[in-house]
Every structure is written in C-alpha cells, then in structure tokens.
Design a protein around this ligand. Structure first.
Ligand SMILES: Nc1nc2c(ncn2[C@@H]2O[C@H](COP(=O)(O)OP(=O)(O)OP(=O)(O)O)[C@@H](O)[C@H]2O)c(=O)[nH]1
Ligand SMILES: [Mg+2]
Length: 295
C-alpha cells in the first residue's frame, strides 16, 4: 500500500472532521467500534499502515482512496452512560466522523465472541440509531488463529448462535485481520477489508450514513468548535434520555424516511392491514350480543 501520509490536527480536542487533504478528494470514513481489548486500535493501525492510535483520529492515502479512521476507546461498554453522562465523548466521535461514516467496523477477536461484543453492538445501535446496522462490517482480529482457513467457513460452522445471528444481520460482511502482519501480507488484508467497505458504499449509491446528530454537526460547521461540540452533545443526550421504546420508534421512523417511496407504501400497507385485523377481531370478540346468542 503506497501513498502519502496526511494525518493532521490529531490532537484537536474537538476533532474538526475535514482537517486533512483536499475536501474534493474522495474519502472513506470508518469508525471502529467494539468492546475494550478487541483490537480496535491495532485494526486502525493496520488500515492506516502505521501506529497512530493512541491518538483518536488519523487520515491517510492508500492506493485507491483516502481513508479516515476514528478510534473509539470505551464508548461501547456497560459503563459508558456513567462515564460520559453529558455525551461529550460520544459527540466528539460524531464530530470526528462527520458528515457521517461510510462503515462501522465492529471489531472482535476470532473465537472470543462474547456477551460483551453483543453489548458493544447494542450500544453502537443506540449511539448511531438502529439503521446503522446496514453499515456494519464485522472484523475479526487474530486471523492467524484460522491457520490458513477461511473466515467464511469459520462463521458458517461456528456453534456460537449469537455470532451466526450477527453475521446474518450484517448480511455476511465479515473479514479477518492479523494485526501483527506487515508488508504485502498486511496490504492484502487491508485491501480485502476496503473492498468490502467499497461494495457497501456502492450499495448505498456512494452515500455515507447520516442521522439527525450528523445533520446538526453539518449545519454547525461554521460555529466555534466548542459550541458545535456542546450542541451535538446536548442533542445526543436528549435522544438517549428518551425511553428505549420511543428511541426505537424514532430511529425506525428516521430510517423509514431515508428509504423512499416503496418502503413508505409497504409500511402503510402493513400498518393498515394490522389495524384492519385488530378492528375485525375486536368487533367479533367484543360484541356482547354474540355472547348472548351463544349462551
Ligand atoms: N495476536 C494478535 N494480537 C492482536 C491482534 N489484534 C490486536 N491484538 C492485540 O490485542 C490487544 C488489544 O488490542 P488493542 O488494539 O489495544 O484493543 P482495543 O480494542 O483498541 O482496546 P481498548 O482501546 O482498550 O478498547 C493488544 O495487545 C494487541 O496487540 C491480532 O490480529 N493478533
Ligand atoms: Mg484502543
């Protein structure tokens, strides 16, 4: 993998997102998610071809396209709500990946998919909205444990039901990395991963993921960085405070809006049918004269 390295402003505490390269250059934005110790930073370093994380944001050129990777320490564990009550860290993640990621890389070590990984995915859905699953690529670290075997065979044969369900949810977008690999081996692995992401981007007609918070971050591009961070954090905190059921409905509604006319029609027909069945059942079961007649 060749290309000029272009990481800038990595220590900017408010994470100005468009801070490397020319804005006209195509860019793939990737957010690393997963439980602590899964190998997120190591994966970020593999993709960028250099040890960058410790710091949270870096961008670099690779052969085909510029890639921006956002690392996310401690945002997807059970303690995040206590550790980040005002959503400042999570808003920072939004600003670093604005105007929205092309893919979420859900990182998990091969052979160790646990309840913590499931929790990480749940937190990611909560943070970005349920529609983000359509952007998830499952990345297994410790590829060397496959001993030359195929990752697709591994997920097909695994007895871990939760993992099989996740792979189905991600529509089979899986790959494996040995983050200790170097040279052409590392390049080949990263090319495979970026190929998956590019396929995903093509499916979404070149678009990136977005939601209300990303739209707000874009609308506030001209604002002071601290103000932008504060406003996005407030909006996130407001949404995450709502009861889970309400959040799910709001997320589904936002997702539906982004899917266009066919989905609207389908959903309207489904809801209409459900209401009709309910009314018919209610009128049959609830009419007391029926009961009188039968007794
Ligand atoms: N053998 C092997 N070790 C790996 C691989 N990927 C990551 N590791 C090791 O796994 C450990 C955790 O990796 P990190 O990248 O720090 O994990 P993380 O998800 O960033 O962890 P937090 O930042 O604490 O959330 C480190 O010791 C890595 O060297 C891999 O592909 N193979
Ligand atoms: Mg890390």
């Amino acid at each position: 993998m060749r290309g000029q390295k272009m990481a800038r402003h990595e220590e900017d505490p408010c994470g100005s997102a468009d801070d490397s390269g020319s804005p006209q250059e195509p860019e793939l934005r990737l957010v690393l998610v997963g439980r602590t110790g899964a190998g997120k930073s190591a994966t970020g370093n593999s993709v960028l071809g250099q040890r960058r994380f410790a710091s949270r944001l870096a961008a670099t050129s690779v052969t085909r396209v510029r890639v921006r990777v956002v690392d996310t320490p401690d945002l997807f564990g059970p303690d995040v709500h206590r550790a980040d009550p005002a959503c400042v860290q999570r808003a920072r993640c939004y600003l670093l990946s604005a105007p929205g990621p092309h893919a979420l890389l859900l990182v998990t070590p091969l052979g160790r998919f646990t309840a913590q990984d499931q929790q990480a995915l749940r937190e990611a859905k909560e943070l970005f909205g349920p529609g983000v699953v359509a952007r998830v690529v499952l990345v297994f670290t410790r590829r060397e444990d496959l001993a030359g075997g195929s990752v697709h065979d591994y997920v097909r044969c695994t007895e871990n039901r939760a993992l099989r369900e996740l792979v189905a949810e991600c529509e089979g977008r899986v790959c494996a990395l040995d983050n200790r690999a170097t040279g052409s081996e590392r390049e080949a692995q990263v090319e495979q991963l970026l190929g998956l992401v590019e396929g995903l981007v093509r499916r979404h007609r070149g678009g990136h993921y977005t939601n209300e918070e990303y739209r707000l971050a874009q609308a506030l591009q001209a604002a002071e960085p601290e103000e932008r961070l504060r406003r996005v954090a407030e909006k996130l905190a407001g949404r995450l405070r709502r009861p889970r059921g309400m959040r799910l409905l709001a997320g589904l509604w936002a997702w539906r809006k982004s899917q266009g006319t066919y989905w609207s029609l389908g959903l309207a027909l489904l809801l209409g049918g459900a209401v009709l069945v309910y009314v018919l059942l209610w009128s049959r079961l609830g009419d007391p004269s029926d009961g009188d007649l039968k007794s």
